[in-house]
Design a protein around this ligand. Structure first.
Ligand SMILES: [Zn+2]
Ligand SMILES: [Zn+2]
Length: 307
């Protein structure tokens, strides 16, 4: 049970040399999930040798240029590959118009299906292994954060123990693995906990940008293994952050602390800060939440839950 998170870009508003626009990718069991797609996303994918052809789902937070201008290029590239599975794109209503207009104006020939899903707050995708929830944010345009959570799985099946209890190999093993009681021929009832190790907890990844600070965000991202969160400004610009409906790194840290998250990765920095000046964002965040990482482009994280 693990997933990898690749930070593809960390800049807000404007791409800078060495700092592309905010975007992140999750790799899980061979599936790729892209969160936002600003200018430069493709370059980071290339540098990380991530196979964009295998992107299964794209989640867009909102319709500001710094989060969507990389999308036409990515779709154009994808049109040149053979692909049988559809590409799912999640986002606000206007995103569909944007994609359709780009396809028309740029004469994109796309030989696979693009399935657009308008995001509403709540679960937007659920499989038997994980779910993705859209979290309503408060920005100058309709905006959603996304939370990807793996489902907990039963503990490991102890073969030795099963043999010891004379449980015949076959469907009974499967039922125990699914957490069901079974009855042996002699009438003995075996409970799953007799042959299963402790439950294995899924990991949780949260992606929150762009928004002003709101207390309810912490509830949605509760117990994240990694919270990627905008920390656009330093504390002295709190007023600016508020007016522009963005957050300071201190506010991002408050969300990490209040949600009991394990790690905070700061992203979406104001282009006003040089790389050196970004340190202040980290220092201020660390005063509130110690396990803060000042993400740089192409940082990656492995989220693993040993239990
Ligand atoms: Zn932005
Ligand atoms: Zn924005």
């Amino acid at each position: 049970m693990s997933l990898e998170v690749f930070v593809l870009g960390t800049s807000g508003m404007q791409p800078l040399p060495g700092r592309f626009l905010t975007s992140a990718m999750v790799r899980r069991e061979g599936e790729l999930f892209l969160f936002d797609c600003g200018e430069g996303t493709q370059v980071s994918l290339k540098m990380l040798n991530l196979h964009w052809k295998r992107i299964n789902r794209i989640f867009i937070s909102h319709m500001h240029a710094d989060h969507v201008t990389g999308l036409p290029g990515l779709l154009m590239l994808s049109s040149q590959v053979d692909r049988s599975e559809p590409l799912y794109i999640y986002g606000p209503e206007k995103l569909k118009d944007y994609i359709d207009a780009n396809r028309r104006l740029l004469d994109m020939y796309i030989n696979y299906e693009i399935k657009f899903v308008k995001t509403e707050p709540g679960i937007v995708l659920e499989t038997d292994q994980y779910s993705v929830e859209a979290v309503p944010l408060l920005h100058t345009k309709p905006c959603m954060g996304y939370v990807m959570k793996e489902k907990d799985r039963p503990g490991e099946f102890n073969v030795e123990k099963a043999k010891e209890l004379n449980i015949p190999c076959g469907p009974m093993w499967g039922r125990l693995q699914k957490g069901q009681d079974i009855e042996l021929e002699d009438g003995t009832v075996v409970h799953p906990e007799q042959v299963l190790g402790p439950q294995r907890h899924g990991v949780k990844f949260s992606y929150i940008t762009d928004t002003m600070y709101m207390g309810h965000i912490a509830r949605h991202v509760q117990d994240s293994d990694l919270l990627l969160c905008e920390g656009m400004f330093s504390r002295d610009l709190s007023q600016d952050a508020n007016e522009k409906k963005h957050m300071t790194s201190t506010q991002a840290a408050m969300i990490a602390r209040d949600s009991n998250s394990k790690k905070l990765g700061l992203i979406h920095y104001s282009p006003r800060y040089t790389d050196k000046e970004l340190q202040i964002l980290k220092e201020e965040a660390c005063e509130v939440f110690e396990n803060t990482v000042l993400c740089k482009d192409r940082y990656s994280f492995v989220l693993n839950n040993p239990d």
